[in-house]
Ligand binder design. Sequence first.
Ligand SMILES: Cc1ncc(COP(=O)(O)O)c(C=O)c1O
Length: 372
Amino acid sequence: MNIRIFELERIQSLFENTVDYNLTESGFHPYTLEELLTAEQFKELTKRVIGYGQTNGSIQLRKNVSFLYNDVDEENVLVTNGSSEANFIACHTLLEKNDEVIMMVPNYMQIWGIAEEMGCKLKAFHLKEDNRWKPDLKELKNLITNETKMIALCNPNNPTGYTFTKEEMEQIVEIARSADAWIYCDEVYRGAELNGITIDSFISMYDKVMVNGGLSKSYALPGSRLGWLVGPKTTIADTWAYHDYTSIAAGMLSQYIGEIVLEPNKRLEILSRNRNMLNGNLKTVKLWLDQYGDIFEYVEPQAGGMLFIKYNLNINSTELAEWLRKEKSVFILAGDVYGMDKHFRIGIGERKEYIINGLDRIKEGLTERFGL
Ligand SMILES: Cc1ncc(COP(=O)(O)O)c(C=O)c1O
């Protein structure tokens, strides 16, 4: 096997269901169908035949997805099983062995693992913690060459919650254009902005742009496993060819749910429910962290369901996370999965009481082990 273990996902899958308090989630407390659907919609769902449906996504769903972007229609959209399948297909469609890929870090490391397994050459440009996670675009400019096939981004960013300014997006486009490289942006957290203003997509800023999206994060429906790719029509037609090999089609019940969720009013209702949770929880978590003075440092996220925290304690992040999991049954995500020791990530999209109870367990642990 040539592919490296995707530490971030694997470690969560191994332990998230074995603890009293799982604070590793990066999305929002998921909906039930009962909360989400009207009685008529629920009835309609039960009447649907469970066939393959249209394998690149139902026309209505692709239309509803296309309304989230400028200058595209349903032919610019492929529906996938989660944004993770979208990432997999995008890499296989856009990249070949020996291609150079420049990826922003820290980041959700799926694309790194896939591109590495495909035999691509990977380089990293950094978000700078000492500059409130602003991207080092000089570094990107220095790294790009005529061999660069793709710049891989994540906006809003997992794990920092950073969102690019419009000027940064324009500069990235200019840098990509200078090498005729693709921009691939993981935009699965788009819609989860704390200030309620949905950020612009890279779509329509440049002709070689592809982005993903999905219902797992901003829409609080990870179990629907519904995602999508948006890009130029001919390239999206190519991604469909890969999709025939990976999973054929996304589940048609999920597609029906997706059609409903992305109706304009329903979409706003869901985003507003999640934004309220996010803003409320951020306040609570900040108060909790601040009681420890300079032990914890963080930059407030602009979007997404998580907070990335630096700690000043003499313990490795994996060791800290394992100790808390085993001794206090509370699970945090070690910075090591991002190659960033002395950091950890906690989710702030869960129900408030759940987060408070989880933090209480961490507090017990900090007292017991560090006398804090
Ligand atoms: C940035 C990012 N992209 C993609 C994914 C994959 O999510 P899904 O396949 O559930 O859409 C995640 C999950 O944590 C993520 O954080």
